[in-house]
Design a binder for this molecule. Structure first.
Ligand SMILES: *Cc1c(COP(=O)(O)O)cnc(C)c1O
Length: 397
């Protein structure tokens, strides 16, 4: 057996490979260059075109751009009218922003535990947390796997709750016949560089409902409208505009909009590549008895943002930390998604206690994200497989 690098052996590869990386080519650069040479750097034609393209791609009636996935979530909570006294149910196995947006609006966060196989929020756990104060559910499509949207929508309509889908991981994924973005009351995307398509930063909220769209647009731009048909008082003249609610500047620049638009044109090819890499990994890792993979229910056509493996503690005689560090030494740089949100000191200071969601905690303690991005070469993929197999075979009982 090959000696692990942490024990003095030779690494599987000489340069580091990371869990995610953007894919920018000449088209993207040209798209950005054209904006820089145009009349508009913000609030211009690129943003409008991108909104249309996002609606067309996802099949949702409208898309409202925002400055980040986090501001998109914040806007969705504003449009859902979350305020003090309202409870919102979400998953702990996510990036902190999914829960922070509830707090921005003065709402109370309720964490529902996840399913140990899919890592997505569990319907029974959501149901048990519903009270007369519950206003919304924010579900996350972990790694790109859509939540059970039909069942979740039904539950939400039964209790008159608004369903917000944090689809930062799942742009490009399909749930049965529908693209992610067209299904929940509001769906949010992130265009951070590690996500499937990027604008450097950026976000969007997709919705089929006019009443949400209207508030999303207002809140993203100071609560101000320039549309004469929407004025509540008489126009003072052609310079006139109205602030109708307290809003923010959550706008996306034209530079970012052009980049995201150019990237969106390539999403289907990125998806294909992510699916090929997934297939190669699945074939290699499903034979390793110390490794468990995320379950992929048949309803999903997944555009994976993350490829995760879980170590099986009963079969592997090392901790996740040791497994992680052994891979790092092989020059395969994993990541961990996620520290349960309520473990963070800030959430602890709000009174949350460890132990609240045992499934999410067990997943956190055993999971690793491996490199997956379209520009990976055959050699990169082989190196990841070699390193994981080498570390696995060393630590297997
Ligand atoms: C990345 C991410 C966000 C935040 O998006 P930003 O664009 O970085 O603000 C929110 N939720 C999830 C699940 C994410 O992965």
């Amino acid at each position: 057996m090959k000696e692990l690098t942490i024990l003095g052996g030779k690494p599987v590869r000489n340069s580091k490979i990371y869990y995610g990386r953007q894919n920018i080519d000449e088209d993207d650069i040209q798209a950005v260059r054209a904006v820089l040479q145009s009349d508009w750097l913000t609030q211009g034609p690129q943003a409008e075109l991108l909104e249309k393209k996002l609606s067309a791609y996802t099949g949702s009636k409208s898309a409202v751009l925002s400055s980040s996935g986090t501001s998109a979530l914040h806007l969705a909570c504003i449009a859902a009218n979350i305020s003090s006294g309202d409870e919102v149910i979400t998953t702990p196995l996510t990036f902190a922003a999914t829960a922070n947006c509830i707090l921005y609006c003065g709402g109370t966060v309720k964490f529902a535990d996840v399913n140990p196989e899919t890592y997505n929020i569990e319907l029974d756990k959501v149901r048990k947390l519903i009270t007369s104060n519950t206003k919304a559910v924010i579900a996350v499509d972990y790694a790109g796997l859509p939540v059970e949207l039909n069942e979740l929508k039904q539950l939400c309509s039964q209790y008159n709750l608004i369903l917000i889908e944090d689809a930062a991981h799942s742009i490009g994924s399909r749930y049965y016949d529908n693209m992610i973005g067209s299904i929940a009351d509001m769906t949010t995307f992130s265009f951070h560089p590690v996500k499937s398509i990027t604008g450097g930063e950026g976000g969007a909220v997709l919705t089929n409902q006019k009443k949400f769209e209207k508030i999303l647009r207002l809140a993203a731009s100071h609560g101000i409208t320039k549309n004469i048909n929407d004025f509540t008082s008489m126009s003072e003249g052609s310079w006139y505009y109205e602030e109708q609610m307290l809003g923010y500047n959550f706008r996306l620049s034209e530079i970012q909009a052009a980049l995201i638009k150019s990237q969106l044109d390539k999403l289907e090819s990125f998806k294909k590549r992510r699916q090929e890499i997934t297939g190669t990994y699945h074939a290699a890792f499903s034979g390793l008895s110390g490794i468990k993979l995320q379950k992929e229910p048949p309803y999903a056509d997944i555009c994976r943002h993350l490829y995760t493996i879980q170590i099986v503690p009963e079969s592997i005689r090392c901790s996740r930390k040791e497994f992680f560090e052994a891979l790092e030494a092989e020059n395969i740089q994993p990541q961990v998604h996620y520290i349960p949100v309520y473990w963070h000191p800030y959430y602890q200071s709000l009174g949350f206690k460890k132990g609240l969601c045992p499934n999410a905690e067990k997943i956190y303690e055993t999971i690793l994200s491996l490199p997956i991005y379209p520009a990976m070469t055959k050699q990169d993929i082989c190196d990841v497989i070699d390193a994981v197999t080498k570390v696995h075979n060393y630590f297997i009982r």
